[in-house]
Design a protein around this ligand. Structure first.
Ligand SMILES: [Zn+2]
Length: 197
């Protein structure tokens, strides 16, 4: 198809979510046909993002500052923490504008098959935040999968007795990186229909 540089570009694009080999070739061709207008600006933007990206030590969000812009926003309700699996879920909820508190990004769910245990989830900063007494309610917005339900159950057991109210979003809502396919009304309904966990 092309020289090794082009093959490498196509190979790396093909590993991105949503792109297979065929889409990767189309994307690569679109970039290569306009190197000055498309390829170089993209390369520069990627390098700048790679240098700037930080994981928020408070919530696990990705941003260019630590703490992230959400955790640093004093207008948000710091007593209300929504627990999600992925940064993609957080971004979907933010885009819909349905949550006015802070977040905790677990980075996955418990999974017996995947060998993911409690120590592999980003929960330490959540427990630390609860220990300060600032948190009033934790909303568990995890997936309606077996692993999501297991994680919801485990977290509500861990948090029982901590003095915070624990709720979970209404079921029938796909999560785990899938929130961004939902419309804002469905997201708002899922959050407002939360019930004690
Ligand atoms: Zn944060």
């Amino acid at each position: 198809m092309g020289g090794p540089e082009i093959e490498r570009l196509i190979g790396m694009l093909a590993r991105l979510p949503g792109l297979g080999p065929r889409s990767a070739r189309r994307a690569a061709l679109a970039l290569l046909r306009q190197p000055e207008a498309r390829l170089m600006p993209l390369a520069r933007a990627m390098e700048q993002a790679a240098r700037a990206v930080r994981t928020c030590s408070n919530c696990g969000n990705l941003d260019t500052t630590d703490p992230c812009a959400l955790c640093g926003d004093l207008a948000r309700d710091r007593g209300l923490v929504c627990v999600v699996e992925t940064v993609g879920d957080l971004w979907a909820l933010e885009r819909a504008g349905v949550h006015r508190g802070l977040y905790q990004v677990l980075g996955g769910t418990l999974s017996a098959l995947g060998g993911i245990g409690p120590d592999d989830l980003n929960t330490a900063s959540l427990f630390a935040r609860i220990a300060t007494g600032d948190v009033r309610e934790v909303i568990l917005a995890l997936g309606a999968t077996v692993d999501g339900a297991t994680t919801t159950h485990w977290l509500s057991e861990e948090l029982a007795g901590s003095g915070v109210a624990i709720s979970r979003v209404g079921h029938g809502v796909p999560m785990g990186g899938a929130l961004d396919v939902l419309d804002d009304g469905t997201l708002a309904a899922a959050l407002s229909a939360r019930r004690p966990a």
